[in-house]
Write a protein that binds this ligand. Structure first.
Ligand SMILES: [Zn+2]
Length: 516
């Protein structure tokens, strides 16, 4: 965490720590309350070009008489992206900035990026909106890693720049923003966790959360992107269910709920829209997981006493195959899914005696046989590193262990990380690509995170009170939000910065369902 972060253009020299604390206090309305953002949708069509998010992070110093540009705080090495298509007209050392990059856009405006520690483009390069151009640093007159972004009306360097925030808003980008959004959006990172609480983003960026109560499934949703939460609404359906959620190819979320001999699903009837009623999905089972094939077809796995079965959409957004056996798999095993960088799905299944996995042998294709992956355990979570390598975490009586791909076809041995014994696990990635793992047992919730992209993990740190289940989702602006259940209800906690978090709190005015 940088202290006293400022740059040469910042005369107030406020500490980032202080500014982020202030931002946290107003976080639910941080984005949507901005007049510039509300303005964006109407004016995006008439602006010079459709802009891309320059970098994740918080604006800690706005444009003012004493600051020609904006400062976006981020960690060393966080990627910086071209705001728009254009030609690189400067890339190199620059006084005050340490290093700078300037890009001339088709509408004649120039975006100027400063303080980066590494540049990825050279003078004369043609870049596209959203292209990686540099990594955040603290070069030049700067006391902490951040991007100084300046916007100029032409290629001159003597005229004062214009305010980058309305400039971006007029081109469709509100701050803080999510890298990968804009004219060439990246797909969401899926599959997500399954369990008794699950959360996913609707097509419009709002998170929705589902929790399994004794009387059926309850849900709540952000009423605004990155914003505050609705009250809980009961949905009925299977009681005390195991849940999984995944996005259809057209963005409609699909929810699966399994409890004993009741297996049902429901789905959004339009992207970000309302939900269908419950419909039958199978004859029952123990645990469920869902993911999207490379072509967008959803595929669902369920475990039962006979092993693991699956079924899949026969076309994107379409109907389902019958249930098919997967050729084995642990009986009544907890399931985790992830997607390789090349689009192949991989499934991990764990019970108290057996840990196995199987994987698609081609994108959208057939499946390998089940292969042994480790000894039995309690729960698992799977994520992937910034470089695409899968990483698996499993809990047991001795704490949390992990294993990771050392290349696309081989795995490390199991390594201990300590952490809470017999815990439920979830994981997510921060906008700069670092994996963060969360664990909860009856006594405590803890988390640990990579100290850099693809790097080693720090120590487990306390995160909250104990409970029964945990899941993590990513807000549209990249902030991780974590939901923890207990017999008292559902708590949540969200990132206010890369290493700062809100308090544990209820989502809204009620505690939500008790989850045992
Ligand atoms: Zn600045």
């Amino acid at each position: 965490m940088p202290h006293g972060l400022h740059c040469l253009h910042d005369r107030s020299r406020r500490a980032l720590r202080f500014v982020l604390a202030a931002a946290a206090a107003v976080l639910p309305s941080l984005v949507t309350a901005s007049p510039a953002t509300a303005h964006a949708a109407q004016t995006a069509q008439v602006a010079g070009f459709a802009a891309a998010c320059p970098t994740a992070g918080f604006v800690f110093q706005h444009y003012s008489d004493s600051h020609d540009g904006i400062d976006i705080a981020n960690d060393y090495g966080a990627p910086i992206y071209a705001v728009g298509d254009g030609e690189v007209i400067n890339s190199g050392p620059a006084q005050g900035y340490g290093q700078w990059i300037r890009i001339l856009h088709p509408d004649g405006t120039v975006t100027e990026y400063g303080h980066m520690y590494r540049r990825e483009v050279a003078v004369g390069d043609r870049v596209t909106a959203g292209q990686l151009i540099a990594l955040v640093g603290s070069e030049g007159q700067s006391s902490g890693p951040h991007l100084h972004l300046r916007v100029r009306v032409d290629t001159s360097t003597d005229k004062r720049g214009i305010d980058p925030e309305p400039y971006l808003a007029e081109r469709g980008v509100g701050l803080p923003c999510t890298p990968g959004t804009g004219p060439r959006p990246k797909p969401l990172v899926y599959p997500v966790e399954s369990g008794r609480v699950v959360s996913a983003r609707s097509a419009d960026g709002r998170l929705e959360v589902f929790a399994a109560g004794a009387d059926g499934v309850h849900h709540a949703w952000q009423s605004q992107v990155n914003g505050a939460w609705s009250e809980w609404e009961p949905l009925g359906g299977p009681k005390g269910a195991e849940l999984a959620i995944a996005p259809n190819a057209d963005g409609r979320l699909e929810l699966l709920a399994l409890s004993g001999d009741v297996f049902q699903h429901r789905y959004q009837t339009s992207p970000s829209g309302g939900w269908s009623g419950w419909e039958g999905f199978g004859t029952g089972g123990r645990y469920v997981a869902a993911g999207a094939n490379g072509d967008g077809r959803l595929e669902v796995f369920a475990s039962g006493p006979e092993g693991v079965f699956h079924r899949y959409q026969t076309a994107p957004n379409s109907g389902w195959s019958g249930w098919e056996p997967t050729g084995g798999g642990p009986a009544a095993g907890r399931l985790g899914m992830e997607k390789s960088p090349d689009g192949r799905l991989e499934v991990f299944a764990l019970n108290d005696k057996v840990f196995q996995h199987q994987y698609q042998t081609a994108v959208n294709g057939g499946w390998s046989s089940w292969e042994d992956f480790g000894v039995g355990g309690h729960d698992l979570t799977v994520d992937h590193n910034a470089d695409g390598r899968l990483e698996v975490f499993a809990s047991g009586p001795e704490g949390v262990f992990h294993r990771y791909q050392t290349n696309p076809t081989s795995w490390s041995g199991w390594e201990p990380t300590r952490g809470p014994a017999g815990s439920m696990l979830t994981s997510d990635r921060t906008p700069d690509g670092r994996v963060e793992v969360f664990a909860i047992n009856g006594d405590v919730a803890m988390h640990m995170w990579q100290t850099g992209a693809n790097a080693a993990y720090g120590d487990w740190t306390g995160f909250g009170v104990g409970g029964t289940e945990i899941t993590a989702a990513t807000n549209a602006d990249g902030r991780i939000e974590v939901f923890g259940t207990s017999r008292a209800g559902v708590h949540h906690r969200w990132q206010t910065g890369f290493s700062t978090w809100s308090e544990w709190s209820w989502l809204n005015s009620s505690t939500g369902p008790a989850v045992t």
